[in-house]
Design a protein around this ligand. Structure first.
Ligand SMILES: Cc1ncc(COP(=O)(O)O)c(C=O)c1O
Length: 447
């Protein structure tokens, strides 16, 4: 063999080895130039190569915000109209929101919490319930679900959650019912509807009302019926990082006009519902006008200043048109995570989707079967993946103080509080982002 041929073969072999190593490293999400990062505060002191082109991967948040051109245009229009109080944008937004959730009325307030509070207060006033009457709430939820019960001078009574879906366990509800129980608040957590049929059956049996806390779930059907339309009143949040975002905001929906009138009044200082909007007196005849004039400043309940402006209405109206696409993308991202993390199912519980039910995936919950979450969430955060606790309620300092809750009283909530967290699966995540998260979680368990 000539010297030239030997040199050529040598170069061929070297380039072949380089290519094979490139292809292999790319397959597992690395590049030959990947940055080596040391994690000294992790027990396993693992060395992780991360990102491409030596840069760390971009931060992966639990939520996102993308104000579309249409939203900017609507906000601009609202500003140009010189009208900020309850007007055409809010009215159209409320109408569209009610329609897509199969309800007759929607009322926008300044938060999901306010929407829940006026819902419970309206029911309490309408049905003449007493202070100290009881409301059933799940042991895992955002603290607002239960706080509003206290703000209405009622008593939250906790019901533990289902191990598979993290939502109020219908099998445990009846044991908590007393002659003072008036309402059940099922919380459709993380984008998934609760198991509503048994809850509705219990409510009928004991003559209880249902307020659905759907602050984390929109546009999801339970056995063909829309969240928010399954109980007496449904409440949603449009706070930052929710499925539809207006900055601050919330909606209460109902098909009962009596509750709608009361809630509209309660979010407007308890004002007589004859005059809610500044154009309610436009073009009315003299007799009606005189009635409006006499009641313009008439207050019939102890209400709140929970109103929003046309700017939130404009943002909401633009986004409602984008909502089906947003939810579809989130479902796709969640399915990709589930497929990618499937092999870890002996170590972590991935989200399960209830039979005949849609999930709108406001977030992606993960619960470690036996290990506590601390090391894994620190590892993810150090690598740019945001996490949040899976909505602990009963172990909050103020709840421990107020209710004297004992460790072990609610075993499923204890397990979720210790081992559960969630990450984002929002519509702005790219395939590369999703692969990166999957790679990180797998590499945590590999070591
Ligand atoms: C389940 C649940 N209920 C109520 C709320 C309160 O909504 P807001 O923050 O708009 O007051 C939230 C907020 O995220 C929530 O997740």
């Amino acid at each position: 063999m000539s010297k030239k041929l030997i040199i050529r073969r040598f170069y061929f072999l070297v380039s072949l080895m380089f290519n094979v190593s490139f292809v292999f490293s790319y397959r597992i999400g690395l590049t030959p130039e990947g940055l080596v990062v040391d994690y000294p505060n992790l027990d396993q002191k693992k060395q992780l190569r991360r990102g491409k082109d030596t840069k760390p991967h971009r931060k992966i948040g639990v939520g996102t915000l993308n104000i579309s051109d249409k939203a900017k245009q609507y906000v601009h229009q609202a500003l140009h109209s010189n009208r900020l109080s309850y007007g055409p944008f809010l009215k159209k937004f409320e109408k569209s929101f009610a329609k897509i959730h199969d309800a007759k009325f929607a009322l926008m307030s300044n938060s999901g919490t306010s929407s829940l509070q006026i819902a419970l207060q309206a029911l309490k006033e309408f049905h003449g319930w007493a202070d100290g009457d009881e409301v059933l709430v799940p042991t895992v939820t955002f603290v607002a679900t239960s706080n509003i019960v206290l703000h209405c001078k009622m008593k939250p009574v906790f019901v533990d959650i289902e191990k598979d879906f993290y939502e109020i366990n219908p099998k445990l509800i009846e044991a908590k019912i007393t002659p003072k129980t008036k309402v059940i608040i099922p919380v459709h957590l993380f984008g998934q509807p609760c198991d509503m049929d048994p809850i509705i059956a219990i409510a009928k049996k004991y003559n209880l009302k249902i307020i659905e806390d759907s602050c984390e779930t929109m546009l999801a059907r339970y056995k063909g019926r829309m969240v928010g339309s399954l109980g007496d009143i449904g409440c949603f949040s449009t706070y930052i990082a929710h499925l539809l975002t207006t900055g601050i905001g919330g909606l209460s929906i109902t098909s009962d006009p009596r509750y709608a009138i009361l809630m509209r009044s309660l979010l407007n200082h308890g004002r007589d519902s004859i005059y809610i909007s500044i154009d309610d007196d436009d073009g009315v005849t003299s007799e009606k006008l005189q009635e409006i004039i006499s009641k313009r400043f008439s207050f019939v309940s102890v209400g709140h200043s929970f109103r929003v402006t046309e700017l939130e209405g404009a943002l909401g109206l633009a986004q409602i048109q984008e909502l089906p696409e947003i939810v579809a993308k989130r479902r796709k991202n969640a399915a990709y995570f589930m497929q990618g993390l499937k092999e870890l199912e002996s170590k972590i519980q991935l989200p399960k989707i209830r039979e005949a039910t849609e999930h709108s995936f406001m977030m992606f919950p993960i619960v470690l079967h036996t290990e506590t979450k601390t090391k894994l969430i620190n590892f993810l955060e150090e690598n740019g993946v945001e996490t949040r606790d899976m909505l602990p309620l009963i172990n909050q300092p103020i709840y421990k103080k107020l209710f004297n809750i004992q460790e072990g009283e609610y075993p499923v909530a204890d397990w979720v509080n210790a081992n559960g967290f969630y990450i984002g699966c929002h519509q702005e995540l790219s395939k590369d982002d999703l692969d990166y998260v999957i790679f990180l979680i797998k590499s945590y368990f590999d070591n």
